[in-house]
Design a protein around this ligand. Structure first.
Ligand code: AP5
Ligand code: ZN
Length: 214
């Protein structure tokens, strides 16, 4: 099963992708997480990606596409995977489709998690990310057992650099300009499924499971 998660920044793609990956035993591939890991490790890719991410801009396709195409060609992706944060532009989607077609494969589901812009800024300001393992929480909607400490690994939690209110506004603009056209793209290819992302996390998950099948 090859699944793509679509939706605005902060719509809950990462939260749901993690749960789907666990339930269906497929890898969760998040380009945002890959870039953040590279930034943390001080790689060349990380240095380049950071200049764009900090401004709320997309990392150029040249730095993004090959990385994902290589990753989905690895052995653990044979039975499927969930892509979170990719594709984000029409050229990225076309490159993915072309690469899959060469292997006689295709995207099975593109799940659009719908959350209006008004809700997004509120969500992002309350999001906290673990510096150790990257796990994501929310101070109100998904709090940790001990304030400011990751449940999974015990490291501290921080506000992501790109979650400041002005950067969030910029990311929303970029989303509407460059990523939202993918909704039409995947509607045309017949794989788009929409879910209401404003309800409780567990209810969003149940709606997705209904689409994917138990
Ligand atoms: P990326 O990490 O992909 O960020 P994003 O798409 O902006 O998405 P987020 O991670 O911010 O949000 P999410 O939808 O995963 O929401 P989450 O589950 O955390 O990308 C970051 C940057 O990397 C980009 O700006 C770009 O520069 C670059 N990049 C990445 N991929 C790229 C690509 N393909 N091409 C070019 N550049 C790329 O949830 C948000 C918060 O809400 C959390 O606190 C969560 O606990 C809470 N929450 C979730 N669901 C609910 C719910 N139902 N109710 C209440 N709260 C909820
Ligand atoms: Zn952690």
């Amino acid at each position: 099963m090859k699944i793509i998660m679509l939706g605005a920044p902060g719509a809950g793609k990462g939260t749901q992708a993690k749960k789907i990956a666990e339930k269906y035993h497929i890898p969760h591939i998040s380009t945002g997480d890959i870039f953040r890991a590279n930034i943390k490790n001080g790689t060349e890719l990380g240095k380049k990606a950071k200049t764009y991410m900090d401004q709320g801009l997309l990392v150029p396709d040249e730095l993004t596409v090959d990385l994902v195409i290589d990753r989905v060609g690895q052995d653990d992706c044979k039975d499927g995977y969930i892509l979170d944060g990719f594709p984000r532009t029409i050229p990225q989607a076309e490159c993915l489709d072309a690469a899959l077609e060469k292997r006689g494969e295709k995207v099975d589901f593109a799940i659009d998690v719908e959350v209006p812009d008004e809700n997004i800024v509120n969500r992002m300001s309350g999001r906290r990310a673990c510096v150790g393992c990257g796990a994501t929480y929310h101070i109100k909607y998904n709090p940790t057992k001990v304030d400011g400490v990751c449940d999974a690994c015990g490291e501290k939690l921080v506000l992501r650099d790109d979650d400041k209110a002005e950067t969030v506004q910029k990311r929303l603009g970029v989303y509407h300009d460059q990523t939202q056209p993918l909704i039409d793209y995947y509607t045309k290819s017949g794989v788009l499924k929409e879910v209401d992302g404003t309800v409780d996390m567990e209810d969003v998950f149940q709606a997705i499971v209904e689409i994917l099948g138990a």
